[in-house]
Design a protein around this ligand. Structure first.
Ligand SMILES: CC(C)(COP(=O)(O)OP(=O)(O)OC[C@H]1O[C@@H](n2cnc3c(N)ncnc32)[C@H](O)[C@@H]1OP(=O)(O)O)[C@@H](O)C(=O)NCCC(=O)NCCS
Length: 302
């Protein structure tokens, strides 16, 4: 295990080495993801993001093998003590999850993993993340590295009370929809996120939907039942509402998505519909940032 005395700092920095992740690292990284998130969520009595080791394994296996997701591990004495990922599927980078083995936390490993991700992303338009607002350690670490707080967000769960809205069609996304979705994302955010949407079409656990009003796509989502991967954009709040009601009516699972709470009308509507707040998160960013115009839901990355 890492030494903890102050005098060991220099030696520790020298003995912790960073290298690119390899698919063979996925299971050890998953153990750390499972234990590190489990510890902080249990400590604050919030639902675990990774309720099982298998859930963590699924993520680290998928991320470490993805050609457009960069991963880094920290090693001490030849043993992995932490990892971090950067989603490079679009011009805006999404950071996380970052985790350090609970026995090695508070010793500078997380800072080095973050610095590596920032160095990797220095030519990108920007880099973004969401952190658990109750995690004072990660909040401070990110802010000290230059991340600015942009939005308070809430993970929402439950089933809406209302039936699908009349006048707005909601249907599964199809290949020919990508171009219109890309234009919509550009309009709302100023950057595109199409490659991630393409991935969502081929991941069995996700189910992208579009909403169509006046003959054109006015909203889409990768999913609305798995907040880590659920991102959505809409021309207007009523398009987002219609998308939510229409998409959730087709599945048995409860809603699970992140809602930036300064969208006051949409947040109030979700609560009126019977949805519940699971936990608060903070949206942070470095680099280019434009206030979204329209309604939006970020994934756990951005
Ligand atoms: C978050 C995490 C990755 C950080 O890794 P770490 O190795 O423990 O972090 P480090 O020791 O490198 O850095 C922590 C920094 O935060 C600072 N910090 C911690 N708590 C703080 C507080 N309450 N106020 C101000 N600063 C604080 C420390 O002083 C340190 O800063 P320093 O480098 O200037 O000394 C790690 O704790 C972890 O895996 N947590 C569980 C999983 C998780 O929550 N991941 C993040 C998801 S958003």
């Amino acid at each position: 295990m890492l030494q903890t005395s102050e005098s060991a700092q220099t030696e520790r920095d020298a003995t912790v080495a960073l290298r690119a992740i390899e698919p063979a690292d996925a299971s050890e990284c998953a153990r750390i993801v499972y234990e590190a998130f489990g510890a902080i969520h249990d400590q604050h009595r919030f639902e675990r993001d990774f309720p099982t080791l298998a859930a963590a394994q699924q993520l680290t296996a998928a991320f470490s093998a993805h050609p457009s997701i960069w991963g880094v591990v920290a090693e001490h004495d030849g043993r992995i003590v932490g990892s971090n990922f950067v989603d490079e599927r679009g011009p805006m980078r999404g950071l996380g999850p970052i985790t350090v083995d609970p026995g090695a936390q508070g010793l500078g490993v997380g800072r080095r993993l973050m610095q590596a991700a920032l160095e990797r992303s220095r030519a990108a338009a920007g880099i973004r993340l969401l952190q658990d607002s109750f995690n004072v350690g990660s909040l401070s670490l990110y802010a000290s590295l230059g991340f600015e707080v942009k939005e308070p967000a809430a993970v929402m769960s439950g089933r809406p009370n209302s039936q699908p809205a009349a006048g707005i069609e909601v249907r599964p996304l199809e290949e020919p929809d990508f171009r219109a979705c890309e234009q919509l994302c550009l309009k709302v955010h100023g950057f595109e996120r199409t490659s991630e949407l393409r991935d969502a079409l081929h991941v069995p656990a996700l189910s992208p939907f579009v909403a169509i009003r006046d003959g054109r796509i006015t909203a889409y989502a990768t999913t609305l039942t798995f907040f880590p991967a659920a991102y959505a954009v809409a021309e207007a709040e009523h398009d987002m509402r219609a998308l939510m009601l229409g998409a959730l009516a087709t599945v048995d699972r409860p809603a699970s998505f992140l809602l930036p709470m300064r969208q006051t009308g949409l947040f109030g509507w979700c609560l009126d519909e019977g949805l519940r707040v699971v936990k608060p998160m903070t949206y942070m960013a470095i680099g280019e940032y434009r206030e979204p115009s329209g309604a939006w839901i970020p994934s756990v990355l951005y």
